[in-house]
Design a protein around this ligand. Structure first.
Ligand code: SF4
Length: 636
């Protein structure tokens, strides 16, 4: 199988895409990664939209998108454009179009770019599965061509750029019927529109493949690049994880999805979709993009090695079980207390263990780590039975070798000092030689690390080498970070580890950082949650809101989070509008969707189960719905 989806999976090299001009801005090619966001105001509110756009531009936004649900909003984009120019801002504007070709055709004459969603440009969503024959499918494509061609010709005439923006949650019934809800369907959805543009010799295109599931999103972009490489024409790529949510979760999820692609040189512009004010998205996007200017990389000399995974499909690397690590176990989390000389029970709070002195009892939190590394330090108290302790070999040999649950960290040079059956952890440098006698020690867990910045590539290369040696040892990914900026730390670590977990690597994660232990620990669990390799908390699929939103999304998300954050493993969609919401939250267990002023529809999976609930009762009604379906848990 031809697995090409980037220039070199073992060396970070930017995918050479076509350069596209959007007003005064050039995208793709050698241009820097452009940062963009979308307003949340009503596009008919000229003053509010201009003010918000200015805040975004001042934060560094290079492209401002506004929703254009009808002809009126599309026409008002021209007014907003003019007002911004009068204020000295010439940042290109983009009209966000769903279902309304006539709005797109107006906007194409007034502003620099239109975004169309191929899932709903020419189709109304009916959630119908139709058995198309090749002939009837072809008829559908002709129908789309007739509807889409006028916009293509207008864009060509006016020098307007276009984003063909596929969303996992809003694929057309036609695509779903033939390809299913798959990355392949997402790619084909865009390709159908790209072919029409190319037929008219129009190439000012940017393409996106967004999803809220990071695995689907990464696979779809890779598959798209694969197809574009085959076709010999790579359009610039706009990256984003839809409905990433807010706060730490939103940042980690965005960094996992966007970062996994940037690691492979894929991506020319990024939008970090947070359920926060749009100007707050820009610094996050900038920090994420900055990482890829770092030159502390270690080139890999032998890039001919085959990949040990399929980049288009998730399959977890087969590893042998060592107690609760590897095999079918979820990836473990290792907390690092090695820098703490006098370890006390209070230090365990940072990684999910609370010690009650009065009850002489440990309480475990949802984010309780599985192992703690204490280096050469001592533990002068009993630790919870569920927690494994890793310590340096000399300390283990002299003090803890008889203590159950304590395991040594042995360097390659110390291997001969343990028995071949001893359970132990072996730290390995990703760029170093793999010990030749590794196969003799069946109960070793490898701890992989590197001091270089290109961790994804070095680790990936290590897994290919390990695969060649036919080693099935479980591997913990150890990510060391000396980053003091909390947000940058989370973004960097998430993008380092995210791609590897998405590719099925890693039986555990160990973050060593200068950050508080609580942050390192929650980041580790957040990465596993964002890559869906270990679910330890409620997942909120909340849209960033836009001009279609009919309620305060941030406040509502906070209220729902407050009531439901203990429902481990449940996915709740919180969507601003009925037009895109139900599709975008496609894999949520429950949905809360704005339908009109003060009115909410509630969903159980894809089915609407309560309609037009008054907004002031809707959060309670959502809780009732969760209870009715047996997913509610009372707080202890
Ligand atoms: S789901 Fe949210 S962001 Fe998407 S169109 Fe609706 S309101 Fe706007």
């Amino acid at each position: 199988m031809n697995l090409s989806y980037c220039i070199d999976p073992f060396n970070r090299k930017r995918l050479p895409t076509l350069e596209v001009r959007i007003g005064s801005l050039t995208f793709g090619g050698e241009n820097p990664i452009r940062l963009q966001s979308m307003t949340t105001t009503d596009t008919m509110d000229t003053e509010g939209s201009v003010a918000q756009s200015v805040r975004m531009i001042e934060a560094g936004c290079e492209l401002v998108r506004l929703t254009a649900p009808s002809k009126n909003e599309a026409e008002n984009l021209g007014v907003i454009h003019q007002k911004l120019a009068e204020l000295g801002h010439h940042v290109p504007l983009v009209a966000d179009i769903h279902f309304t070709p006539n709005a797109a055709e107006i906007a194409a004459k007034l502003i620099e770019k239109v975004r169309v969603n191929p899932g709903n440009y020419a189709d109304k969503k009916k959630f119908e599965e139709i058995d198309y024959t090749d002939e009837s499918y072809q008829d559908e494509l002709l129908r789309i061509e007739v509807k889409f061609t006028p916009l293509v010709l207008l864009c060509k005439e006016y020098g307007t750029a276009m984003r063909i923006g596929t969303n996992h949650g809003s694929l057309s019934d036609r695509i779903l019927s033939r390809y299913g809800d798959t990355p392949e369907g997402m790619v084909e959805s865009a390709m159908e529109f790209i072919r029409i543009c190319e037929k008219h010799n129009y190439h000012e295109l940017v393409i996106s493949m967004k999803a809220s599931n990071t695995l689907v999103m990464v696979q779809a972009y890779r598959l798209l690049v694969h197809r574009m490489l085959q076709n010999g024409r790579c359009y610039p790529l706009h990256l984003g994880v839809t409905e990433a949510g807010d706060g730490e979760d939103g940042r980690i999820k965005s960094a996992v999805g966007i970062g996994a692609l940037l690691e492979d040189g894929i991506g020319d512009t990024i939008r970090v979709s947070l359920t926060e004010e749009p100007e707050f998205e820009i610094p996050v996007a900038r920090k994420l993009a900055e990482k890829y200017q770092d030159q502390r990389v270690h080139p890999i000399e032998n890039p001919e090695l085959p990949l040990a995974h399929n980049p288009f499909e998730y399959t977890r690397r087969e590893s042998q079980e060592s107690h609760n690590i590897g095999g079918k176990h979820v990836p473990v989390v290792v907390a690092d207390l090695s820098a703490k000389a006098d370890i006390s029970p209070a230090n365990f709070f940072g990684f999910g263990y609370n010690y009650s002195v009065s009850l002489d009892k440990w309480n475990l939190q949802d984010l309780a780590a599985d192992y703690v590394y204490i280096g050469g330090n001592d533990l002068a108290f009993e630790v919870p039975g569920t927690l494994g302790v890793i310590c340096d070999f000399e300390r283990w040999k002299t003090k803890y070798s008889e203590r159950p649950g304590f395991y040594p960290l042995v360097n390659p040079e110390q291997l001969t000092q343990i028995t071949v059956n001893q359970r132990a952890f072996l730290p390995l440098n990703a760029e170093a030689e793999i010990p030749s006698d590794l196969h003799s020690y069946k109960n070793l867990v490898l701890v992989l690390s590197t001091t270089y910045e290109n961790k994804t590539q070095l680790f990936r290369h290590f897994f290919s080498r390990l695969n060649q040696l036919n080693s099935k040892h479980a591997v913990i990914l150890k990510i060391a970070s000396d980053e003091i900026d909390a947000e940058k730390f989370q973004l960097n670590v998430s993008s380092d580890a995210g791609s590897l977990f998405i590719d099925g690597y890693g039986d555990g994660i160990w973050i060593q950082s200068v950050q508080p232990l609580t942050r390192s620990n929650s980041t580790a669990f957040g990465i596993l949650q964002a890559t869906r390799t270990r679910i330890s908390k409620t997942e909120y699929i909340s849209c960033p809101s836009c001009g279609r939103t009919l309620f305060d999304l941030q406040e509502t998300t906070a209220k729902i989070r407050e009531r439901t954050s203990h429902l481990k493993g449940i996915k709740i969609g919180i969507m601003g509008c009925i037009v895109n919401g139900p599709g975008e939250m496609a894999d949520a267990d429950y949905g809360y969707v704005g339908t009109g002023p003060g009115k909410i529809h509630l969903y159980k999976e894809k089915n609407v189960v309560r309609k037009n609930v008054p907004a002031e009762e809707a959060v309670d009604a959502l809780i009732d719905l969760i209870k009715e379906h047996g997913d509610w848990v009372e707080l202890a």
